[in-house]
Design a protein. Structure first.
Length: 249
């Protein structure tokens, strides 16, 4: 019963972050599965991909109904990351848990820093260079998703705003399209490992995250994206510190 309650609570937080910020919730899914629910780092990253894919798709539908998804650009951005996501997903199965934990801690710290740094005053113009940078970012995002089981919205949202001149609302909605595609691609080489996941825990976690994504979209309507980002960033710094200490033991 305790594991079920923890899974429901953690899932709700993950869903709120994904639905409200267009990313970041998956940065909490892996540590929650490892530290609260007893998953190994390898199984946690696989389970997180299932959770992220289902939750991001739910958030995507909510934002699409509000007209906040740029489908063509999002599809191109996601396509750049699919090969990298698949390759990194296969590689992660052969890496030690301590290395995955340490890498995740560094990434979580980077994500928090990106959320706390004030955005640029004005977005860049759309240009060939901007699209090239966007493609490179998409590929890097796919690699991170496949290797560590995170959606990478903390990279996608700033790239869509600063490089492609999206509004914040469009970036949040479109990033969920990118995250869904990358998570599904990263799951392909791990399908044989999904049978080892404790679905009695992972399923309610996923269900709570899906419901939380709808509430997250409503939070995005009521509060500024900057306020939500700051609150999440400080929580993420704490997670990064905990995982780094664990990896170095």
């Amino acid at each position: 019963m305790t594991a079920l309650l923890l899974a429901l609570a953690a899932g709700a937080v993950v869903g709120l972050a994904l639905g409200g910020l267009g990313g970041g919730g998956s940065m909490l899914a892996v540590p929650a599965l490892v530290y609260l629910l007893g998953f190994s780092p390898a199984l946690a990253t696989t389970a997180a991909l299932v959770i992220v894919a289902a939750t991001s798709l739910t958030g995507l539908l909510a934002h699409a109904r509000a007209g906040r998804v740029r489908w063509r650009t999002g599809a191109l951005f996601a396509a750049a990351g699919l090969p990298a996501a698949t390759a990194a997903g296969a590689l992660s199965a052969h890496l030690p848990g301590a290395l995955l934990t340490g890498a995740f801690a560094v990434l979580a710290g980077l994500a928090a820093w990106r959320m706390l740094v004030p955005p640029k005053a004005a977005p860049q113009e759309r240009s060939a260079a901007g699209w090239g940078r966007s493609t490179a970012t998409g590929a890097g995002l796919g690699a991170v998703t496949g290797l560590l089981g995170v959606g990478g919205g903390f990279l996608a949202v700033p790239a869509l705003v600063s490089v492609l001149a999206f509004t914040m609302a469009e970036a949040v909605g479109t990033s969920l399209l990118v995250i869904t595609a990358n998570a599904l691609a990263a799951l392909l080489p791990r399908l044989g490992a999904t049978g080892a996941i404790d679905w009695a825990v992972a399923a309610p976690f996923t269900g709570a995250a899906i419901l939380g994504a709808w509430d997250g979209k409503r939070l995005a309507d009521r509060f500024s994206g900057r306020t939500l980002q700051r609150a999440f960033a400080f929580a993420l710094l704490g997670v990064a510190a905990l995982m780094l200490v664990t990896a170095l033991r």
